[in-house]
Design a protein around this ligand. Structure first.
Ligand SMILES: [Zn+2]
Length: 413
């Protein structure tokens, strides 16, 4: 992954140490290079909305600032003479509420959560004391119970963190629910060990519709059957007897053609709409558009954009194929008095086919440039005409013609 930083200079580096990455850009005016370790030094302490942007292996250290802030707060309150009620209010509305953003986006370590509880606990029981030891006549977990259960409604940091992460997960799940039908069109499990895949309920056979097998007629299905149970003991091959007892021949063939990952690896999700199996927005967007409109791939239209022509010419070809070129024959519907004869020959009406194929001028150009005799083919519509260009065919070249070779390149030049 390449990270570039631009300020009054541009720093760029290859940070292979970061797996799947984030790209950061900062602008300046000259260029220098950094190695990954230097960059990692830079990345330390970089925060976004108060939360570290890059996490190290030591999460307690990364989030130590939460404890430091909390200690600073409670130490500030030590000088004040606060009542028990005043302390309870400060704990609930300030101490336990201030790290809410961090806690709703990151899962803190259990150790850190306990330490945070410790800071608040000490402030609660003995706010003036500096030492760690204090008299605690009631367990903290009991103080964290709601009023009606005899507690004071304090929050344990760990439970609060868990709750906030659950809220985040809820948003994600709601989002997944909305995108489920789109995901189902491309998401499939890649069989590794097969332990985590339910044969009848999960997608795991890429060649089948829905990627799920259909049981043989009159078969009593076992809902919890896993894909691992369809393999031999070493998991190196499928258990043929098992397969033939459950599925029809087509399904068995599809199962045998599944690309296996590694036998001892865990099963994982792949996205079947890209070659790499990785999800991409582009592929998903295409999938969403295609299926929503039920439009099949048009080979000619697709090929237009893959040719080596200039972009401007590609657009012309697209306009011809799509039938949106403003030739007289189409404009006459809106302008009844329009002169419709071809401006080049003044003989026939002006249409796409005439202009680009039948007109004497067009015929001369085709023959002169590529040796194509237009009599050999009669296009019926704009798409046919474009097909001649994007899918060149030697049959059109006049056997006696003195023209050049006919190829896309020849046309292009
Ligand atoms: Zn003409």
């Amino acid at each position: 992954m390449v990270v570039s930083v631009r300020t009054s200079s541009t720093l760029s580096l290859d940070a292979s140490t970061w797996g799947a990455g984030r790209v950061i850009g900062v602008r300046t005016s000259s260029t220098l290079s950094l190695d990954a370790s230097t960059w990692l030094d830079y990345s330390k302490g970089v925060r976004y909305l108060g939360v570290p942007l890059f996490l190290s292996r030591n999460k307690s250290k990364d989030f130590a600032f939460v404890k430091e802030k909390l200690e600073a707060r409670t130490n500030g309150w030590k000088s004040k003479s606060l009542s028990w009620m005043g302390r309870a209010t400060l704990i609930k509305s300030v101490a336990q509420a201030s790290p809410v953003y961090t806690m709703s986006t990151c899962k803190l370590s259990k150790k850190l959560c306990n330490e945070l509880d410790g800071v608040v606990r000490r402030f609660w029981w003995s706010p003036k004391k500096l030492s760690n030891k204090c008299y605690t006549p009631m367990a903290w977990k009991d103080l964290c119970l709601p009023f009606e259960q005899g507690g004071l409604g304090f929050r344990s940091y760990e439970s609060f963190n868990e709750t906030m992460i659950a809220k985040l997960a809820w948003w994600v799940l709601s989002g997944i629910e909305g995108a489920k039908s789109l995901l189902a069109r491309g998401a499939c499990k890649l069989v590794g060990s097969g332990d985590s895949i339910l044969v009848w309920n999960e997608p795991w056979i890429p060649r089948l519709p829905d990627f799920k097998p259909v049981p043989k007629a009159s078969l009593d299905i076992i809902p919890c059957l896993t894909v691992a149970q369809l393999m031999n003991e070493a998991k190196s091959q499928w258990n043929q007897n098992m397969l033939s007892s459950l599925f029809d021949q087509d399904t068995i063939l599809a199962i045998q053609n599944i690309p296996r990952w590694r036998v001892n690896q865990q099963d994982r999700w792949i996205w079947l709409k890209t070659y790499t199996g990785e999800f991409s927005v582009k592929s998903a967007f295409r999938e969403a558009c295609q299926v929503d409109q039920g439009i099949e791939v048009n080979a000619v239209m697709k090929k237009i954009w893959q040719t080596q022509l200039h972009q401007r010419l590609k657009m012309l070809l697209w306009r011809i194929a799509a039938g949106v070129l403003p030739t007289s024959d189409s404009l006459i519907r809106f302008l009844p008095n329009l002169e419709i004869s071809c401006p080049f020959c003044n003989v026939c009406g002006e249409s796409v086919i005439h202009l680009f194929w039948e007109c004497s001028l067009a015929r001369a150009i085709w023959f002169g440039l590529s040796g194509i005799c237009t009599d050999h083919f009669q296009p019926a519509c704009g798409v046919d005409l474009v097909e001649v260009i994007v899918f060149p065919c030697v049959d059109l070249v006049d056997a006696f013609g003195c023209g050049f070779f006919y190829s896309q390149r020849g046309l292009n030049s």
